[in-house]
Design a protein around this ligand. Structure first.
Ligand code: GLN
Length: 225
């Protein structure tokens, strides 16, 4: 049985990123694995899970989510083996500091050496990122610009849009992936959902063809990729 937890969808649900949790659960179940979906809401205690998903959100809810997470055992749970997938506001919260609500700087969780400052202008639109031999597609809508510490590996190189800084998008570490791509990103990129799932289940997965593959191919064509 795997437990898939979506963290504070009542705060970080603005962009439909809660769909990422549904995709992981459904792709596990269709392959015959038991999977349970847990929604951790603002008034809930953070319970243990195999994978935690953090979505995007507006500045106020992002600050509130960061406050809750700083006081939660997420760091310990991650360090003792849980997986984390974070999108946009979630990505910023995992870093050391982020700037939102004008020029206010807040502490992140510091799971990864990443600082987010305010970009010169908002990044809005299509995002495509080259990740290993795959292409990740989605859309972005953020004011932040993220700067990776020298030992932090980006998720991939930006092909369309801006991602962190116009060059690279997101970051990855052991059992952890972060991106600026909404979509939900795991629905738009079934290959990425399976990278996460294979790591959570600790096994190679059989291919699982679905309409999501056709939609991904269609997106690549629309972007001329
Ligand atoms: N509030 C953050 C920003 O604008 C994150 C936005 C988002 O999650 N889409 O940078």
């Amino acid at each position: 049985m795997i437990r898939v937890a979506t963290l504070y969808p009542d705060l970080l649900g603005t962009y439909g990123d809660g769909g990422n949790a549904l995709v992981l659960v459904e792709r596990a179940r269709r392959r015959g694995f038991d999977a349970e979906l847990l929604e951790i809401l603002v008034d809930d205690q953070l319970v243990s899970a195999d994978v935690f998903l953090l979505g995007g959100g507006e500045d106020g809810p992002q600050r509130q989510a960061a406050d809750l997470l700083r006081d939660s055992p997420l760091r310990e749970v991650y360090e003792s083996g849980a997986h984390v997938v974070a999108v946009c506001a979630g990505l910023q919260i995992l870093g050391t500091t982020f700037v939102i609500e004008g020029d206010h700087q807040y502490e992140g969780l510091g799971l990864v050496d990443v600082k987010t400052t305010r970009g010169a202008k908002r990044s809005v639109g299509e995002l495509a990122v080259s990740v290993d031999d795959e292409i990740l597609v989605g859309f972005e809508n953020h004011g932040g610009e993220s700067h990776l510490g020298k030992d932090v590996e980006p998720l991939g190189a930006v092909l369309r849009g801006r991602g962190n800084d116009g060059r690279v998008d997101g970051f990855r570490a052991a059992r952890l992936w972060a991106t600026y791509a909404h979509g939900p990103v795991l629905a738009m990129n079934p290959w990425f959902a399976d990278v996460v799932l294979a790591s959570v289940l600790q096994r190679e997965l059989a291919v699982l063809p679905s309409v999501a593959d056709q939609l991904h191919a269609q997106r690549l064509r629309a972007l001329g990729l």
